[in-house]
Ligand binder design. Structure first.
Ligand code: DP6
Length: 327
């Protein structure tokens, strides 16, 4: 058994994944689509080794012995079963963006862990299968495996709920300008959130319309129709947050600056900038804009005292093996 390092970008969903039809297998209630975020990545090294007596996990140079390790071990178990591995592994991972603040760090992390873990075992799995394995670690991680613009299918069977690219990073020159308003770890993580989605009366209606919104969003991306894109992306984000806020107990991920920025974005668009917002399970605002308008959007965001940082990400590649060594 060997060692491999893989890199995977985070992604931002335009049509959101929220709620599972099967929590254990992370079979989502509805299909979703996203764009990989170029330059915002996790880099993960997996070393399978005979001499190890347990799995261990270092994140950003710090040993993780708690919930992070438990989740990594569960994912290593999935790889061990699929690839018939009897050994333990040393896992080291690094993100180059703040963890736990609405920039889906678990997506990049589990995509990189899956790809590195398989490569280190010398396995040649199809991209489709890698997306299903990544999904078991974190649903949105399935979408960080293929390149560019990606759709993740909802299905009742493990093999059928996979992700696939429908556009390369060159398909459309849009940029995610992320307004960071908090770097704190979110109080309720996505996994717990997904499990409470059905306690909201609104979830059924959100899920019922998801396929149609996905169709509209995909068409807007492929036609470079920003007005149609903005309309459906903001609506889909609002629907997910309406479900969150009306779950029991309710989940409020917004902070006061979040709402202020959402309001500004709508105003800027009315004034002619091609920008719209979308939010994941956190307070940071992803301002999606056409490349020509990214500089002025980021300048305006930086001018706000509420904005701690602005990150800019163009469409990114899929997960890649950087190095592999199998003695
Ligand atoms: C709001 O994929 O982080 O970002 O499967 O439990 O790891 P787990 O959840 P996760 O959920 C992401 C939810 C979201 C929307 C999205 O990315 O589609």
């Amino acid at each position: 058994m060997g060692t491999a390092t893989a890199r995977a970008n985070a992604n931002i969903a335009f049509i959101k994944y929220w709620g599972n039809r099967d929590d254990r297998l992370r079979l989502p209630a509805n299909p979703s689509i996203s764009m990989n975020l170029g330059g915002l990545f996790a880099e993960t090294t997996v070393r399978w080794e005979e001499d190890l007596t347990a799995d261990s996990f270092g994140l950003n140079g710090k040993e993780d012995t708690g919930a992070g390790l438990t989740r990594v071990v569960a994912h290593l178990d999935v790889l061990r079963r699929r690839l018939d591995i009897a050994q333990f592994a040393r896992v080291e991972s690094r993100n180059n963006f703040p963890t736990g603040a609405g920039i889906a760090s678990s997506a990049a992390a589990f995509a990189a862990l899956t790809v590195a873990g398989a490569a280190a075992a010398g396995a040649q799995l199809s991209e489709r299968e890698l997306t299903t394995i990544a999904r078991l670690g974190s649903g949105s991680a399935s979408r960080s495996v293929p390149t560019g613009f990606v759709e993740w299918y909802a299905a009742d069977a493990h093999e059928e709920s996979y992700a696939e690219s429908f556009g390369t990073p060159n398909t459309w020159d849009i940029v995610d300008v992320i307004a960071v308003v908090s770097k704190a770890h979110k109080p309720v993580g996505s996994s717990a959130g997904h499990q409470s989605a059905n306690t909201s009366d609104l979830q059924t209606a959100r899920v019922a319309g998801a396929e149609e919104r996905l169709r509209q969003c995909k068409q807007a991306i492929l036609n470079h129709d920003f007005a149609a894109f903005a309309d459906v992306v903001e609506h889909d984000s609002n629907l997910m947050h309406a479900v969150m806020m009306t779950s029991r107990p309710p989940l409020f991920y917004w902070l006061p600056p979040t709402l202020m920025i959402m309001d500004s974005v709508r105003q800027w668009r009315a004034d002619g900038l091609r920008v719209c917002y979308t939010l994941d399970a956190g307070p940071n605002v992803h301002c999606i804009c056409v490349r020509e308008d990214a500089a002025v959007v980021s300048e305006r965001l930086r001018a706000s005292s509420e904005v701690l940082d602005v990150l800019i990400a163009p469409p990114g590649d899929g997960a890649q093996v950087l190095t592999v060594s199998i003695p």
